[in-house]
Ligand binder design. Structure first.
Ligand code: CO
Length: 326
């Protein structure tokens, strides 16, 4: 759902009171965190979507990497997953086998195990997973800990929504968007484990609300301002070209109308920067808020683990709960 209507709906649902629900005060937390003993909490998340590529095995792998990502964003370790499947009767079984095989491969790579699932007949395919992880509550990483002076690192380029729109429109092939497909299939595991080793203040993963939406949720939860370097945002190949010919997904417009009011200097934004900022991501990278004196160590450790990281902005005490684009 678009962020506006979703927030409207959620406001009308009675709030749960439970002292063990550790994410109760964090709106749009990446995952729900529930303490089951003093040093152990469950981290639970769910995500599913219609195919964003044509190859069913790759679709399965992207969907699983995407579903696992919320656990990683919170510093959790995934342990179990349940498959969720909507599948048309007219499609061959071998397609579903390929999707589920792809999903299982990624869950296995994450060191977790698929313990079951549920299928329904559906007019269009849908696939995703409900994932459960574990975290020590003392080591939980949320969107609420960013501090003025922090640097912001992003661990994957942007633009998967624009590229997927181009693929659907027949303007690009899967081969043209190889780098983005590899990126979407990549687990945020190395990024997560590395940030836990170095020690960071806050984190979220970039998915449907785009960099702008997720950065703004982080700014609100931490009650800080954020400055993003608009010209330094990393994007996958062909993203600017596709955006220039208008291949913007509907979700990008939804994000724009909901989150643009949170941008301090929204009137002088370049159109290309706005397209990238609001592009909904599938299986995007982690946005990490780290103390300035640890930025270099984190970037280096990520690189050693084979994970790229881009320094894309900083946290400020100015304009709290708003974003400024430089
Ligand atoms: Co998330």
């Amino acid at each position: 759902m678009a962020p506006g209507p979703l927030a409207q709906v959620l406001r009308q649902i009675p709030k749960v009171e439970d002292k063990n629900l550790l994410t109760a005060d964090i709106p749009f937390a990446d995952a729900g965190v529930y303490r089951i003993s003093p040093n152990c909490a469950l981290v639970q998340s769910i995500d599913f979507f219609t195919p964003i590529v044509n190859d069913p095995n790759i679709y399965g792998r992207i969907a699983a990497a995407n579903a696992l990502s919320d656990i990683y964003a919170m510093g959790g370790r995934p342990i179990t997953a349940l498959n969720l499947i909507g599948f048309p009767k007219c499609l061959g079984q071998e397609i579903l086998v390929a999707v589920l095989t792809g999903g299982a491969e990624k869950v296995h790579e994450a060191g977790a195990v698929i313990v079951g699932g549920h299928t329904v007949d559906d007019d269009e395919p849908k696939y995703g997973l409900s994932v459960t992880g574990l975290v020590d509550p003392a080591r939980l990483i949320t969107t609420a800990g960013a501090r003025p002076g922090d640097r912001l690192l992003l661990t994957k380029p942007l633009g998967t929504g624009i590229l997927a729109t181009a693929l659907k429109g027949g303007v690009l092939t899967e081969a043209d968007m190889r780098e983005a497909i590899d990126g979407m299939m990549t687990l945020n595991r190395v990024a997560s484990e590395t940030m836990q080793t170095i020690g960071v203040h806050a984190c979220t993963d970039i998915t449907g609300f785009g960099l702008l939406g997720h950065a703004l949720e982080l700014a609100r939860a931490s009650r800080v301002g954020i400055v993003l370097q608009g010209e330094q945002l990393p994007v996958y190949p062909q993203v600017f070209e596709m955006a220039a010919i208008g291949l913007i997904p509907e979700g990008g417009y939804n994000n724009r109308s909901h989150y643009l009011s949170g941008v301090f200097n929204r009137d002088d934004l370049k159109a290309t920067v706005l397209d990238i900022l609001t592009d909904p991501q599938t299986s995007g990278g982690l946005l990490i808020s780290v103390a300035a004196d640890k930025e270099e160590a984190l970037t280096q450790a990520l690189g050693t683990g084979g994970c790229r990281a881009w320094s894309i902005g900083r946290v400020t005490a100015d304009h709290p709960e708003k974003i400024r684009i430089e």
